[in-house]
Design a protein around this ligand. Structure first.
Ligand code: ATP
Length: 207
């Protein structure tokens, strides 16, 4: 079970440009960190590096288990990490139900957890719509449902509240609080404060 994430001396570039150097961060069970910084500072890139989609120029990202042992990074990412990006990764002509069922089956969610997620995010009226017909906030609810349907220790969230209205921001806040209370971790790129207690890591302005 994933309990810690250690980022040590991380340097990341995109194209020719270095985004940051020597970044270190330790995240433990029950903790949230809000990543802030100017547009283009590298918040999304850092989330994608932790998820394993971008290779750093230097530094390490280590995942730890309950006894403090280092976990195999690929296995930790496969079984312990959710990345919720602001592009929702939905195929436009498939229905919300097809996407939700496909994604949660792939992620290994149980039927009970899937039903709980559908109820919590009030997805029933949306499930038969093609995803291209969903609003930005409705798409985000579909993505948040994944987090409930397939529990994983580390949530990497890219501007999770941005498209949500007040009602669904409150629900997202409750989901985050419950996740932290059960020993989960959150690393979130935000321009507004996270709705749960969080440390701040500021990536600053453009390099
Ligand atoms: N696939 C890519 N190839 C080359 N450069 C990229 C790529 N993706 C992002 N970048 C660049 O990397 C830099 C950091 O982008 P990133 O999306 O990580 O910033 P951000 O801090 O999340 O910004 P925002 O607040 O606007 O969401 C930007 O200058 C961006 O143009």
């Amino acid at each position: 079970m994933l309990k810690t994430v250690d980022i040590e001396g991380l340097s990341l570039s995109r194209g020719e440009r270095n985004l940051f150097r020597g970044l270190s961060l330790r995240l433990s069970a029950g903790e949230a960190v809000a990543l802030t910084g100017a547009n283009g500072a590298g918040k999304t890139s850092l989330l994608r590096a932790v998820a394993g989609f971008i290779r750093p120029d230097a530094g390490t990202i280590t995942f730890g288990g309950a006894d403090g042992e280092a976990l195999d990074a690929e296995a930790a990412r496969q079984g312990g990490v959710h990345l919720l990006g602001h592009l929702e990764g939905l195929k436009p002509t498939r229905t919300a139900r097809q996407e939700f069922d496909f994604q949660t089956a792939w992620l290994g969610g149980s039927d009970a957890a899937r039903e709980a997620a559908t109820a919590r995010l009030s997805l029933t009226p949306l499930l038969d719509l093609e995803t291209r017909k969903l609003s930005a906030g409705q798409k985000r609810r579909l993505s948040l449902a994944r987090l409930v349907a397939a529990p994983r220790a580390l949530w990497l969230l890219d501007e999770p509240l941005a498209p949500l209205d007040e009602r669904w921001r409150a629900v997202a806040a409750e989901l985050m609080a419950a996740h932290l209370a059960s020993g989960g971790m959150i690393l979130a790129a935000v321009h507004d404060p996270l709705p749960v207690p969080a440390r701040n890591l500021d990536l600053g302005g453009l390099a």
